[in-house]
Design a protein around this ligand. Sequence first.
Ligand code: OAD
Length: 230
Amino acid sequence: MAKQHIVILTGAGISAESGISTFRDANGLWEGHDIMEVASPQGFATDPALVLDFYNQRRAQLLTVKPNAGHTALVSLEEKYDVTVVTQNVDNLHEEAGSTKVIHLHGELLKARSSADSNAIVDWTEDINIGTLAEDGSQLRPHIVWFGEDVPMISTAVEYASTADIFIIIGTSLQVYPAASLSQYVPLGTPIYLVDPNKPEGLSSHIHFLQGSATEKVPELVGMLMDLTD
Ligand code: OAD
């Protein structure tokens, strides 16, 4: 029999216990920054050094952290299920943990791209400075989807969501679209689980809410789903 398909939407909360700040919690990344200054094409045009420095810091920090028990638990689901992780995170902790199918909706910190051609993407672990050039001679920029830019991977994510047998949401405030609308594409009647320490306002009653941190609740949920297929 074909394996059931689990689609998992993750946000900053799954990486919080690895030491990466979320965006909108107290002391979150956006608290000390004007979003439009550091995460928009206009911000990059106005002060490229500020923007490059913001992502250089994020990239350097990423290289010092490790996946946590939440990321790792999701990998074990692959023994019994066909698993697709759709992440809003720009870190590589799902891949580091061993997840084999990961879609990044908002780009990847360990990639960079040409300012002139959004398809000219390269692996990148160093700082990007003004004057660090892409192969086409344009300024290199982080491979990050900024506010106001297209989210090219959303159509792939929607295709996966529309074939989900089980849908899981972990550690996202569901404030940013189109990512936040992904659960609307799952087939009617598909079980939906949500892991977060904070209960979102107006949470639909058909969503199974597991209140707690990713390292505590994700292994619990995975254990339950692994038992289901015995
Ligand atoms: P947010 O910072 O908006 O939300 C983080 C969520 O994680 C909140 O719901 C927290 O309650 C939850 N959380 C905190 N600690 C947790 C833990 N230990 N375990 C589980 N959950 C925890 O982050 P996102 O929803 O991911 O986009 O933000 C979405 C997008 O907004 C990001 O991808 C980023 C940002 O602007 C771009 O930069 C393009």
